[in-house]
Design a binder for this molecule. Structure first.
Ligand code: HEC
Ligand code: HEC
Ligand code: HEC
Ligand code: HEC
Ligand code: HEC
Ligand code: HEC
Length: 446
């Protein structure tokens, strides 16, 4: 049987049921939001979820502690009294020295359940970031606000319920009214027409309601836009705590050994588990390392002697993400432009935790880096460097054939063409990326 849309609308009871379901779900979210409220009330003065502040970021803390043998009970004890918790586990004892400031001792102020609800809530933020994986681009900056999203569903749900109730009640009244007065009620009038009529009669209120909703949406949109691209300090947790410091620093492994497409293509690439196995088949680690390295074995399906074929791919969370409409090419920068990784990613040889988008203030501290002012990975950042950075070889060292024919080619074109323009650029003895066209929208935007 075919159901017309107006018939569907008339199926009022079903709608009411689904609207109730929405409300019920919102209620369920709400009890989880208790952790969020507690976090904001008791912990947010010193802790952020994804960034260090007065205290360390709390994101993934339960997992990190568990990996070092400190379970949930130790965290609960920690929140009550850090010194007591420190006696339970040596890793936890070490965490006491994280900063000069010490944490509030909450004692009996919170129940076990309340502390766990905070940890649950923090973990819930993690699920949402993991969910970004398939989304690819997008702004992770607003993850902190993700707890607000459901409010819109509730508002939407309520709105539908109100409209339908008003509509339904009116309809019944009308038909009763029509019957009483001996007339007939036009039941063929579709719900949509009914609504239109109702909206017209109540246009003042409908207009006002519409305005409120539109303004609300615009405000949300602006808040979203505001956080676009501000990814500095973004550091998702990773399935394996991979420290760059141990690999590139202490053991001097070249970046290209793992990110082997960085000089060949647009992307740098993340190494597959086989690359890890090249070394970790032998290097089993000790102490806390064992649990992490075991994850490599699980992923590769290595039981210590042979491959079992039961593999479990490692899903690394992307750290640096540009929107889909932006074109960025590693080869162009690393090979042609001769820009070092350190300029954009910071000194990875010292990065003891998983990778993180370095704020420009950190990047600027590194000797030899061009000082920039705009936030890392924003358009301003790209453009500012293109204005400052001189291109290498090519036009300036005409005698030196240079490392890339690309620039010699451009140089030749410039020389044979507009010489006046060319020497104008050479006045400050450098040709910047901007002068080469690095500010043209189409170079960076699809
Ligand atoms: C007055 C500031 C302050 C408040 C409030 C605070 N903390 Fe902390 N927290 C810290 C500091 C500082 C540390 C680091 C340990 C140190 O240096 O003593 C820390 C460490 C932690 C750690 C260990 C993190 C790690 O990476 O090992 C956890 C867990 C934690 N806090 C949970 C909480 C929870 C839950 C709340 C709220 C109920 C809270 N904290 C409130 C300051 C605070
Ligand atoms: C050197 C590279 C580069 C050039 C040249 C460039 N853009 Fe962008 N643009 C970017 C990047 C990177 C982003 C993403 C920034 C972000 O996510 O905040 C972006 C974002 C944008 C956005 C989205 C708004 C936003 O803040 O995310 C618009 C619109 C835009 N660019 C327009 C332009 C126009 C118009 C031009 C030419 C005048 C231009 N761009 C030139 C790199 C560039
Ligand atoms: C032993 C292998 C290995 C070596 C050597 C290595 N990396 Fe990585 N790198 C990884 C893995 C695995 C990840 C993914 C985990 C993470 O993000 O922490 C990663 C992530 C990154 C990221 C973040 C990727 C993203 O998602 O945006 C950057 C940037 C990076 N590496 C740069 C470097 C630089 C620069 C060097 C050299 C100084 C280097 N790496 C050396 C294995 C390696
Ligand atoms: C001019 C700045 C710049 C330089 C230099 C640079 N990168 Fe990147 N890197 C980026 C940007 C921007 C992204 C994000 C790309 C995207 O989302 O499309 C990125 C992403 C990455 C990623 C994540 C995977 C990918 O390909 O998207 C890795 C790994 C990485 N870079 C490693 C390196 C290594 C290793 C070097 C040095 C050999 C290097 N980068 C040099 C800017 C740079
Ligand atoms: C070229 C050799 C090599 C490769 C390739 C390699 N590692 Fe390692 N890894 C090492 C060495 C050496 C250590 C240090 C072991 C020690 O301290 O005893 C180490 C240590 C580790 C540790 C423990 C770090 C700590 O101290 O907490 C982890 C986790 C790890 N590697 C993960 C990986 C992953 C994931 C990959 C693949 C993306 C990888 N490694 C690739 C050589 C390598
Ligand atoms: C630290 C300096 C630096 C940063 C930051 C930087 N670039 Fe570049 N870029 C260069 C250099 C040097 C070149 C010269 C190589 C070339 O022209 O091919 C270049 C060239 C380019 C080109 C080719 C321009 C042309 O005329 O052929 C594009 C496209 C580009 N960059 C995009 C980006 C985007 C997108 C970002 C930001 C996500 C970015 N760059 C950030 C230094 C930088």
């Amino acid at each position: 049987m075919k159901i017309s849309s107006s018939q569907m609308f008339r199926n009022f009871n079903k709608w009411r049921l689904s609207a109730l379901t929405v409300l019920f779900l919102a209620g369920a979210f709400n009890s989880q939001a208790q952790g969020g409220d507690l976090f904001k009330a008791k912990c947010a003065t010193c802790h952020k979820i994804f960034d260090d502040m007065t205290g360390p970021k709390l994101y993934g803390v339960r997992g990190r502690w568990e990996a070092k043998g400190a379970g949930e009970d130790v965290i609960i004890q920690w929140v009550r009294d850090q010194d007591k918790a420190a006696t339970m586990n040596s890793y936890v004892e070490g965490r006491l020295k994280w900063s000069g400031t010490s944490m509030t001792k909450f004692g009996g102020q919170m129940t076990d359940e309340q502390i766990i609800s905070i940890l649950d809530w923090v973990d819930d933020q993690e699920i949402k970031v993991d969910g970004e994986e398939t989304g690819g681009s997008g702004s992770e900056g607003d993850s902190d606000e993700s707890g607000l999203g459901w409010i819109w569903y509730v508002v939407g749900g309520l709105f539908i319920v109100i409209i339908l109730s008003v509509g339904g009640v009116r309809r019944q009244l009308k038909s009763a009214d029509a019957e009483a007065s001996g007339g007939s009620f036009d039941a063929s009038m579709s719900y949509a027409d009914e609504f239109k009529q109702w909206a017209w009669v109540n246009r003042k209120y409908v207009g006002l309601g519409g305005l409120v909703i539109v303004v609300g949406l615009i405000v949300t949109l602006f808040l979203g836009l505001y956080s676009i691209g501000i990814m500095e300090g973004y550091q998702p947790s990773q399935p394996i705590e991979f420290p760059h410091s141990v690999h590139t620093g202490e053991n001097g492994i070249d970046c290209r050994y793992c990110h082997n497409s960085v000089t060949e293509s647009k992307t740098a690439g993340i190494p597959s588990v086989n690359v890890c196995m090249n070394c970790h088949k032998q290097i089993k680690g000790e102490g806390a390392q064992v649990a992490q390295i075991q994850k490599i074995y699980d992923a590769a399906g290595w039981d210590g002697k042979k491959y079992t074929n039961v593999t479990k791919p490692i899903i690394w969370n992307k750290v640096h993400v540009l929107p889909d409409h932006v074109y960025f090419n590693h080869k162009q920068h690393v090979v042609v432009g001769e820009v070092d990784c350190i300029q954009c990613h910071g000194d990875m040889t010292k990065m003891t935790e998983t990778a993180m988008v370095q704020p420009v203030s950190e990047l600027n501290k590194i000797e030899g880096n061009i000082p920039l002012t705009k936030a890392t990975l924003t358009m301003g950042w790209c453009i500012e460097c293109h204005q400052e950075k001189a291109i290498t070889d090519g036009p300036i060292n005409t005698k030196d054939q240079g490392k890339n024919g690309y620039y010699n080619e451009i140089h030749k074109r410039l020389m044979s063409g507009n010489k006046a323009l060319y020497s104008e650029y050479l006045e400050d003895d450098k040709v910047t990326v901007k002068e080469l066209g690095g500010w043209e929208c189409a170079k960076c935007h699809y």
